[in-house]
Design a protein around this ligand. Sequence first.
Ligand code: RB5
Length: 144
Amino acid sequence: MLKIAIASDHGGFALKEKIKEHLLKRGFSVEDLGTYSEESVDYPVYGKACGEAVASGKADLGVVICGTGIGISIAANKIKGIRCGLCTSVEMAHLTKQHNNANILALGGRTTGVDLAVKIVDEWLDTEYEGGRHQRRVEMLDRM
Ligand code: RB5
């Protein structure tokens, strides 16, 4: 079973707890890299931690959450080999796996409700990367 690393700042903490519960219910192995409360913390720390877990192979995939998903996705994308897609719709989740082969999904805890966030996570997990014409572009990203 895939191992999924999950991390958030305080703005994403509540949604992280819900997504973690959902992933465990689906049978995934989950590594929670924090944060562990609503006390204010710095999102770059958590985006980096999740990015490093996935890039090193300690986790197969990752989910990062801050207030908007923006800051923590920027942080995760600084790690070589990470393709983190910030998604606000099920269609975006589908396409970021199908075309970008996103290995980390970013969500906004203050901008996306729990029900939609769960649907986004499921769509991203259940969609297959298409390869083909997208492979060259993904390789270009990975060389950056
Ligand atoms: C923290 O208040 C907030 O800036 C953070 O969660 C995130 O939205 C940053 O992009």
